[in-house]
Ligand binder design. Structure first.
Ligand SMILES: [Zn+2]
Length: 149
């Protein structure tokens, strides 16, 4: 996972304690899962599988929703993304949503000076730029098939 966790104590940064509740993984039977990295040395950091990992996931979800809302793309369900049989209109609509997200991300990046937020926005940019490229190519391929040949 790409997420960085900041303000960790030594034990958390070394992966020996939960980054959320600071539970001691060495001396307890708590199941831990990798949830991201320490910005200091890129080493993996961990959280209790239950409930701390879920808390982190919820937080990331909420952040993503806020970003999408800020970018004006909160209607993006993602359900159509795995459907192999959807129309050019479907691809085209998704492409427009990607482009709107990128425009919104640009606006947020221009005003943000918080490194975790900037990193989150850059991740968002990379993902949507990539899907925008694939969708643009799909639409190009479809329009060629249907139109010119
Ligand atoms: Zn925990």
């Amino acid at each position: 996972m790409e997420r960085y966790f900041w303000h960790l104590n030594t034990r958390q940064a070394d992966g020996m304690a939960c980054v959320v509740c600071n539970a001691d993984f060495l001396n307890t039977k708590i199941t831990s899962v990798p949830v991201g990295r320490s910005p200091a040395d890129e080493s993996q950091v961990f959280a209790c599988k239950d409930p701390c990992a879920a808390v982190i996931a919820d937080e990331a979800d909420r952040m993503a929703r806020e970003m999408r809302a800020a970018a004006g793309t909160d209607d993006e369900g993602g359900a159509d993304r795995d459907d192999p049989v959807f129309s050019v209109d479907g691809h085209f609509g998704s492409l427009l949503r990607d482009l709107r997200t990128l425009a919104g991300t640009e606006a947020l990046l221009a005003t943000s000076d918080d490194i975790p937020t900037i990193r989150f926005l850059l991740g968002l940019t990379a993902r949507h730029a990539e899907t925008a490229m694939m969708r643009a190519r799909l639409v190009l391929a479809r329009t060629k098939e249907n139109g010119q040949e």
